[in-house]
Design a binder for this molecule. Structure first.
Ligand code: PEP
Length: 254
């Protein structure tokens, strides 16, 4: 088996004007130049994608979008299609983030539709899953994860799985400063990999990368990355500053 390449992605959410986004990406390029053995992506808001794409020319940093709509075009006011994201230089798209599920009515079914549309257009997907605090307290973590994986990936074949990264983000850890301990995260990551093996094959489960997300910082990244089934991080708050995100990217040097 080839080792899984660690993958650090910054989700900027609804932060950064275009001018601020350019400044951040310039600083980030300088701070991580020469780093090897890790894939890096940034997900600015839609309005900054084109400018950030231009700024990233010649850099190894990949561009990601934070969401998309599954239709190709038409009367869908306020939505953005997979082709539009491809055209502005996106390589990845984040789908099913818990904020989309919590505040914008995203369901496992709509997540599945978005994933299929993204893959059909040649975009790679960061597929987010995770349980809420209530679900965790009710002992439902594994059943929730199982349902999200099964329904989110419905009717996707082995070949399509090559272009999917899973991000396990316990909702109670997002933006709260409460990270899952490396042990807690690893237990769920192991479960997710096992589920992928059951749904697909040993090979698919060994190749798929599973990022952890939820209050990741330069202080806790090392312990997380030491776990066998944690292959990177989806980072919110700490990706908004080049200083902290570059340390996360450089976790091997910490
Ligand atoms: C996220 O939004 O994906 C996230 C993990 O946020 P934070 O790092 O701020 O908890």
């Amino acid at each position: 088996m080839m080792g899984r390449l660690p993958f650090m992605a910054g989700n900027w959410k609804m932060n950064k004007t275009t001018g601020e986004a350019i400044d951040l990406v310039r600083e980030l390029k300088a701070a991580i130049s020469g780093v090897k053995g890790v894939e890096v992506a940034v997900a600015p808001p839609f309005t900054a994608l084109y400018a950030v794409c231009k700024e990233l020319e010649g850099s190894f940093i990949r561009l990601a979008a934070q969401n998309l709509y599954w239709e190709e075009k038409g009367a869908f006011t306020g939505e953005v299609s997979p082709l539009m994201l491809k055209e502005v230089g996106c390589h990845y798209v984040i789908i099913g983030h818990s904020e989309r599920r919590q505040f914008f009515g995203e369901t496992d079914e709509t997540v599945n539709r978005r994933i299929k549309a993204a893959l059909a257009q040649g975009l790679k997907v960061i597929f987010c899953i995770g349980e809420t605090l209530k679900e965790k307290e009710e002992g439902k973590t594994f059943s929730v994860i199982e349902r999200q994986v099964e329904d989110g990936l419905k009717n996707l074949g082995d070949k399509e799985m090559e272009n999917i990264v899973i991000a396990y983000e316990p909702v109670w850890a997002i933006g709260t400063g409460k990270t899952a301990t490396p042990g807690q995260a690893e237990e769920v990551h192991r479960f997710i990999r096992g589920k992928i093996e059951k749904l697909y094959s040993r090979e698919v489960s060994e190749e798929i990368r599973i990022q952890y997300g939820g209050s990741v910082t330069p202080e806790n990244i090392k312990g997380l990355m030491e776990q066998a089934n944690i292959d990177g991080a989806l980072v919110g708050g700490a990706s908004l500053k080049a200083e902290s995100f570059s340390k996360i990217v450089r976790f091997k040097e910490l």
